[in-house]
Design a protein around this ligand. Sequence first.
Ligand SMILES: O=C(O)CCC(=O)C(=O)O
Ligand SMILES: [Fe+2]
Length: 235
Amino acid sequence: MKQEDFDELAPVKTGQSVGEGNAKADSRFELKPPSNIPMEQDKPPFTLIKAYLNLQQQQALFNESANYPFTRPEVLLYGKSHPIPRNQVWFADQGCDYRYSGLLVQALAWPKYASKLRQKLARDFGLNSNGVLVNRYADGHESMGWHSDDEPEIEPASDIASLTLGATRDFFIRHKQSQQKICLQLQSGDLLIMHWPMQKDWEHSLPKRLKEKDVRINYTYRRLIVGFHLPEVAK
Ligand SMILES: O=C(O)CCC(=O)C(=O)O
Ligand SMILES: [Fe+2]
């Protein structure tokens, strides 16, 4: 595969996407229920682009991921330490260390194709990310629980773009108040853009699928506040 292959692709127009998450109802025909009756929540604000990367691009990224220095961090839950059920690595610009669940994850330098995908996202959607968290699920026993990507160092009101490679997995989105839930099937090459305020109003998860034998790699491109430092916790 030539190095330029990633750059030469025509930009994808957002209008070509199959996502419905942004569809706005025509307000002229909107019937408002009386305020004492619970109203169905809006759809979560996402755009899903099927087959955003072609097979060659998927293969280039997938091959590259075989050399990533993945680790399996431990997180503290109710005072006890547990390994997370997947492997992770964080690539980012300088000054973009990432802290979640009490862990400080230091930024590693961008690999070639992860960086090319970042540039493509910037070109196609104006997505101004400065870091990518790569998750590796060895098989369907590995998962991610319910959460929002709402850590304080994430740039307020920014979008997060999530690219899937390898195994097809269910991805759930659940409204924080109403508990309304939707399920997307994410396939290799698909791109899910989670728009603000999805991280404020909704949670998401990747449940176990025990019959799944294949590996899945997920890239979530984020924008952190550069040089963000949490106040030191007193010892
Ligand atoms: O693997 C996925 O699709 C979800 C990843 C995710 O939610 C995250 O990294 O915050
Ligand atoms: Fe997430």
